[in-house]
Ligand binder design. Structure first.
Ligand code: HEC
Ligand code: HEC
Length: 207
């Protein structure tokens, strides 16, 4: 239904806008208007980054984007007052999905368990690669990482926008299962913040 609705919207837009806009819409699924580089100020770019950071540092995202200890985190109100390590001594190990000890999918299925404190699930379940670390990093550090092709999976800013709009694990952040607080905004709002930030030259906050 969602796909149909977005197709219908794309079709309507393609009709409404003359030829110039049509090829871009046909190549890409998103329907949000593209920000024009020269129209986005540094200030608007930084404020878009702050919104991106609100999402990236949210427990639904940062719990998986952890560093070299390879330990997924349990943080956010659902898990109590203090952030803690994933229970049961779970460790993603170097593989980032626990193949060396116990694999994530032993417990995490392709859908959320519907009981409170049951394992959440999605099509894939594993830690983000170690260089995509956000856990306990500052806004500036996350910003520099996200736009560095050597540390973001060789993605352009548009690739990042596409990833946050359509990736199954990102989308899970808005459908996290019983009792868990969803990430702020929505996936398509997040994608549009990324495009605005990119159009301003992807500025990062100081310090
Ligand atoms: C279950 C673990 C998990 C969760 C939860 C998760 N991610 Fe990720 N994330 C991954 C994995 C694995 C990759 C690597 C996938 C790839 O490169 O294609 C990744 C890659 C990314 C990337 C690619 C570039 C980069 O520099 O990190 C972005 C952006 C991203 N995730 C955003 C998010 C956002 C936003 C959320 C929360 C709404 C989120 N992720 C939640 C595991 C997770
Ligand atoms: C022995 C079972 C088990 C294994 C193995 C396991 N998990 Fe979990 N995981 C759980 C359960 C249960 C929860 C939810 C606990 C709750 O809601 O209180 C959970 C929650 C999580 C969360 C918190 C998500 C959030 O933000 O709410 C992350 C992240 C996570 N697991 C990642 C992983 C990764 C990555 C692996 C593999 C390296 C893994 N888990 C292996 C059982 C497991």
């Amino acid at each position: 239904m969602k796909a149909l609705a977005s197709l219908a919207l794309t079709a309507t837009l393609a009709l409404a806008l003359p030829t110039l806009a049509a090829p871009a819409l046909a190549q890409d699924d998103h329907v949000a208007p593209e920000p024009v580089a020269s129209q986005v100020s540094l200030e608007d770019g930084l404020s878009a980054w702050n919104q991106i950071h609100e999402v990236f540092s949210h427990p639904r995202c940062a719990n998986c984007h952890v560093g070299e200890d390879n330990i997924p985190r349990w943080s956010g109100p659902h898990y109590g007052d203090e952030p803690r390590n994933h229970g049961m001594f779970v460790n993603g190990d170097d593989s980032r999905f626990g193949v060396e000890s116990i694999t994530c999918t032993t417990c995490h299925a392709t859908e959320n368990a519907q009981v409170l404190h049951g394992p959440p699930g999605a099509e894939v379940w594993m830690l983000a690669p170690v260089e995509f670390v956000w856990w306990e990093k500052t806004s500036q550090e996350i910003c520099e990482q996200v736009k560095d092709p050597e540390r973001n999976g060789f993605r352009s800013i548009e690739d990042l926008a596409h990833h946050v709009e359509f990736d199954a694990l990102v989308l899970w952040g808005w459908n996290p299962g019983p009792g868990r607080e969803p990430a702020p905004y929505s996936a398509s709002e997040l994608a549009s913040f990324v495009r605005t930030w990119g159009a301003a030259g992807a500025p990062c906050p100081a310090g």
